[in-house]
Design a protein around this ligand. Sequence first.
Ligand SMILES: Nc1ncnc2c1ncn2[C@@H]1O[C@H](COP(=O)(O)OP(=O)(O)OP(=O)(O)O)[C@@H](O)[C@H]1O
Ligand SMILES: [Mg+2]
Length: 507
Amino acid sequence: MHSASPETPGLATAGARSPAVATNNGAIFTGDTTIQAPLVLPAPADVPAPHGMHNLPRPVGHRFVGRSAEMATLEEALGPRNERAATHVVTQAMSGLGGIGKSTLALHFAHTHRTGYTAVWWIDAETPETIAGSLAQLTIRAHPGTNTSGVPSAVLAEWALAWLDSHPGWLLVFDNATHPDHLAPYLARLTSGDHLITSRLTYGWHDLAATPLHLDVLTPTAATSLLYQLTGSDPSSEATAAQELADELGYLPLALEQAGAYIRRTRNTYSAYLHRLRTQTARMLNTPGNGDPHSITIARTWSVTLDTIAERDPLAVHLLRVMAWLAPHDIPRDLLKGIADEPDADTDALALLNDFSMITLTESTTAVHRLVQALARTPDPKDPHRSDTAISQAQSTAATLIQDALPDDPETSTAGWPRWRTLLPHIDAYLTHTHPETDTAETDGILYSASQFLRGQGQLSQATQYAQRSVTTSARLNGEDHPDTLISRNHLASAYESAGDLGRAIP
Ligand SMILES: Nc1ncnc2c1ncn2[C@@H]1O[C@H](COP(=O)(O)OP(=O)(O)OP(=O)(O)O)[C@@H](O)[C@H]1O
Ligand SMILES: [Mg+2]
């Protein structure tokens, strides 16, 4: 039932506690109480846009690298110069993995074109409350010298919307949106400006915006140049190590920044950092570069997203941990089919991971950033998603999935060869990430079959390497004289023979 405000005739709420805003006088009636602010805000249309009004959180500065293609895409869709902002509303969403550089690109775009817009307003879009709070700040900015402290945020936000409506040609950046529904009311209401949305979410934007721009990692050149700028070190002295480090960090801006700041602060070398990253992965990904323990780190950035994903479907997080043992790219989706008994549970889990940009999904393959993998392979007792048990289970599931996918008769059955070729990078990754001393019977099976396939293909160096590891594993698990060990040894001898190493071709 609608209830009338005792102090403002004609003002009613849609129900108890739903706010109704009186015309610009700062009164809000919540159904059972009226808060009367002693302030009358002028009509929004009468308040001119202060010259160059913006609230951009920081300058992007000289450190901004790369992204020229992405800037061009944004400029094609948005921008004051195309004059659409004055008469239409254009909405562009940008999605991508945490730390990939969405907010930084939005900030760079906003700074570059700031002077062409009536106003540029940065909105913390994490929750409906933060959105209203950011809009309220616009009203406060538009009334310098006025004490607005007694006016509720909802009233201030409402005034901001009315002001935007009467001053076309603005840019609103909704940063870090966590649900399209939080934005929909604003996007529907405002009709004459540009909206730029950043979000880790890949889904839900098609209904609100033009095709979302999905951000990928930096190019190798841009990534190395960012490292040089961050460390301030002479590029010529350690160029190869810097490139190797950028590669190991998967060209991910947040990781490069964390590493660069750490190297600069500790006066370390690129190679020393690389060594520590490889030997103490979890620690380095969780160490803020600037030494401030509250600073955001790669590990923390992703664990928040994983919390949300785990709440919706724990299988998705398990699946991510399983993928961590495979190669980062071109993981065949059918390899992951056996992850759950329920039909299509794998499809749902993959879709969820893709929704939050933790993986990249195509019809037949999936890809995971190599640092996400590195983190998901490394136990951390403080991280609920990376317990020792969960990680060992994922490793063993990865081995089972690989073994179940191996075609029979690797040396002779040519029909299975294409499948072998798609599986080999994942077998190789699995064997690289696992220690020979912990190889199981399942791993031995993979080693033996892969070695047979490689020998048949003439890839003899790798064939002998796998065969050797298979012999060692079988001897450790079954004993030196066990028939399986003898078969492996025999196979190793024939691999050496094929390689022309006759000295070692005796089993
Ligand atoms: N093009 C770039 N040039 C230089 N530094 C960059 C670039 N892109 C990102 N960075 C740096 O990398 C870090 C992470 O970037 P940013 O915060 O923009 O990521 P994000 O995608 O918005 O992440 P999140 O999803 O956590 O909000 C920032 O500290 C930023 O300074
Ligand atoms: Mg961001």
